[in-house]
Design a protein around this ligand. Structure first.
Ligand code: CTP
Length: 401
């Protein structure tokens, strides 16, 4: 959900500022790009060097450029325009008061006033300050401007007192923002299960039967689903693709048997399933314990059928919207329709290897989507990311039909 988002983190002077080191790490792990602004008093609690290192970006402290002493008066405008969202954490009573009243006597406040994006603030202060009518009035005023408050929690405070006023934990801040961003999206909180990649069927400890699938089509489908608000489980066969998006739960598997187990564990909870994996249809009957030596001139390996994962899902379907792929080289439409029926699918996505730019291995695909009512929609060659958008658009329209 946060992958690719540009996040501006404003840190003000409270003891919870040290926790922003964890917050930055979590945001980066979620695939976001992060820039940090520290107020002068925040520098007493967390060092700019730590946050610059973790965010992989220079930290902004003032209107004056620290490096060469030049006046960089415009940076608040640039930072404000750069951000997709802004988080002020910890937000002290002092900063909240200034934000509520349009004060701009430091870089963070000037940037807040310049920002056009959603602003989240996570207050942190002592319990009496948190409950004070002035502070409460400021929260309300800020919320009436469209800012989003991430309420403080209860617990032991730096003063030694116990009560409400602790900044929310970094993990919860990330969760809060992700949940907020998901609201209203077409796949908001929908449970999506996707299979992707090849499977490797072991012959001996060093050799396997596999195929050229890169896993890209399924990965793009997973990324698109996450960006549309879905809770995604991706069961991924051996693929070199690294997924830098913590809102996708990735289960890495090697063989078709392992994929079957992972899929079946997650199938019951799923609402939409897309089987994009190029599962090996056969596996060696026996896996040699030791490396097979080239002692004879020919070698026969007996193969047995793998479980058909999609067929099993089709048989045990209880309301899931089930989508398969069909990779064909001849009688494409007829074969795809036959698969759709046999596997009890709601739709099937046909790739023909006769089409240039289609199939697995490459960065593009050319698809035809056929649904269970035999409606057929053919698309041009596109990048797999764009193909993923087309597929989701189609599924969403069918689910709401
Ligand atoms: N599939 C699966 N498990 C298998 C084989 C295929 O889940 N053991 C899924 C694929 O992920 C795809 C669909 O079934 O969504 C069709 O795969 P494809 O290889 O085109 O067809 P097969 O059913 O294997 O039939 P054939 O190879 O004979 O064309």
């Amino acid at each position: 959900m946060l992958a690719g988002k540009k996040i501006l983190l404003g840190v003000t002077g409270g003891i919870a500022a040290y926790k922003t080191t964890f917050l930055v790490r979590l945001l980066i792990k979620a695939g976001a790009e992060v820039k940090v602004i520290l107020t002068q008093s925040a520098v007493s609690f967390v060092t700019p060097l730590t946050l610059a290192t973790l965010s992989k970006n220079p930290v902004h402290l003032d209107f004056v450029n620290e490096a060469d002493g030049t006046l960089d008066w415009n940076n608040h405008v640039e930072l404000g325009l750069w951000a997709d969202l802004m988080i002020i954490a910890p937000a002290t009573a002092n900063t909240l008061s200034k934000m509520a009243n349009g004060s701009s006597d430091n870089l963070l406040l000037a940037t807040y006033l310049s920002a056009k994006c959603k602003v989240f603030f996570a207050p942190a202060m002592d319990l009496d300050m948190y409950q004070h009518p002035t502070t409460k009035a400021n929260y309300q005023k800020l919320q009436s401007f469209g800012n989003i408050m991430i309420p403080a929690t209860s617990g032991e405070l730096a003063s030694g007192l116990d009560g409400e006023g602790r900044m929310e934990e970094p993990e919860k801040i990330v969760e809060f923002i992700e949940d907020y961003l998901k609201e209203g999206l077409p796949l908001s909180h929908k449970k999506v299960l996707i299979t992707a990649g090849p499977t490797y069927e072991a012959i001996d400890p060093v050799r396997f039967i596999g195929n050229h699938s890169s896993g890209l089509m399924g990965v793009e489908l997973a990324k698109k689903a996450a960006s549309l608000g879905a809770d995604v489980v991706l069961v991924l066969g051996p693929s070199a693709i690294q997924i830098n998006d913590t809102s996708i739960q990735v289960i890495r598997v090697t063989s078709a048997d392992e994929m079957y187990v992972a899929v079946m564990e997650n199938f019951k909870n799923a609402e939409v399933v897309i089987a994009a994996a190029a599962v090996a249809d056969y596996k060696p009957k026996n896996r040699a314990k030791e490396k097979i030596k080239k002692s004879s001139d020919s070698l026969n390996i007996e193969l047995v059928k793998n479980k058909d994962i999609l067929l099993s899902m089709g048989k045990s379907k209880t309301g899931q919207y089930l989508v398969g792929f069909a990779l064909e080289t001849e009688n494409e439409l007829a074969n795809a329709l036959q698969k759709l029926k046999k596997k009890n699918l709601d739709a099937i996505i046909l790739n023909s290897l006769k089409d240039e730019g289609a199939g697995f291995g490459g960065s593009t695909n050319k698809i035809t989507i056929i649904d269970k009512n035999s409606s057929i929609k053919a698309f041009e060659v596109k990048t797999k990311a764009k193909v993923a958008s087309d597929i989701w658009k189609e599924i969403i329209s069918k689910m709401h039909a």
